[in-house]
Ligand binder design. Structure first.
Ligand code: AIR
Ligand code: ASP
Length: 290
């Protein structure tokens, strides 16, 4: 596959994405790789087609969230593996919302997988690979200055609204949103005012999604637990979201690149045209709200 961003300056390479310099100040390009890791990168694989699917799914979900007034970093889809997003200063937290018990919650508290929680549960993890992303409380976050109390209020409020919206969206297509992880970023307005945006990605890499009837897992747990057909699970999610037109997936699950190339147009139609004028580069000094 051709390298779509070979001429651009690489700013950062993560486990599943690469961030390149964007075409305008205050923007960056997110490139979605096919690489998959789990358990803090102890387990690795290349899952052909995953990057394309996650790019599509995340663009779509971010654009839908914008329509209900959730500010996101998403600006527009560029091609099958890349999206233009606002450059943010990432809040070093993984914000997890859980509706049904699974994963580390079951391990930590001995719950049975699939137990419906009495109410959605919001958890925070400190983003630090060396420490294995430890779970932290709001008090840790404020004490160590990873986010201030105003920002936490905003982040928690947004997490609830996003969970409500995504629950409805997925249940309408026969999927259960078991849990998901979000990252948030800051941008600064003209007067040093801080805005919090939903950032990173929302995809089967970052959500647990089960078929509503059978509880079949259609997310990254297929990879974590060696269940097989990982990309097929992601494709099923994309298909139910209406993101896979006829002919996109050929024999053996290969993506037809010609069909894929036309897809970004659909997403950009959905995404509102957003003013890039107001986007400013993050200042070196970091003024705080209030
Ligand atoms: N997650 C957490 N860190 C990375 C990711 N992708 C997501 C998982 C799951 C949720 O957060 O994909 O949807 C909770 O993960 P866990 O491992 O804490 O149960
Ligand atoms: N992607 C992360 C890792 O490599 C966590 C996960 O999704 O399991 O560890």
């Amino acid at each position: 596959m051709k390298n779509l961003t070979s001429k651009r300056k690489k700013l950062y390479e993560g486990k599943a994405k690469i961030v390149y310099e964007g075409p305008e100040p205050g923007t960056v390009i997110q490139y979605f790789k096919d690489d998959a890791t789990a358990f803090n990168a102890q387990k690795k694989a290349v899952l052909s087609g995953k990057g394309v699917l996650n790019n599509r799914i995340s663009s779509h979900l971010m654009a839908r969230l914008e329509t209900i007034g959730i500010p996101t970093h998403f600006l527009r889809s560029m091609n099958m593996r890349e999206q233009l997003v606002r450059e943010v200063d990432i809040v070093p937290l993984e914000v997890v919302v859980r509706n049904i018990a699974a994963g580390s919650l079951c391990k930590r508290l001995g719950l049975t997988e699939g137990t419906i929680l009495p109410k959605p549960l919001v958890e925070f993890y400190y983003k630090n690979d060396e420490l294995g992303d430890p779970m932290v409380s709001e008090d840790h976050i404020i004490t160590f200055g990873w986010a201030d109390p105003y920002e936490m209020e905003e982040i928690i409020g947004m997490a609830w609204r996003i969970n409500d919206y995504l629950n409805g969206l997925f249940s309408a297509i026969g999927l259960k949103l078991v849990d998901f992880k979000m990252e948030f970023g800051r941008i600064w307005g003209e007067y040093g005012d801080v805005y919090i945006l939903l950032s990173d990605e929302i995809s089967p890499d970052t959500c647990r999604l089960w078929d509503a009837k059978t509880d079949k897992k259609l997310d990254k747990d297929r990879f974590r637990q060696d269940l097989g057909d990982v990309v097929e699970g992601y494709q099923e999610v994309a298909k139910r979201l209406g993101l896979i037109p006829e002919g996109l997936i050929g024999e053996g699950g290969n993506i037809n690149e010609d069909v894929a190339a036309q897809l970004e147009e659909i997403e950009n139609d959905l995404a509102k045209e957003r003013q890039l004028k107001s986007v400013k580069k993050t200042p070196l000094s970091k003024p705080r709200k209030g």
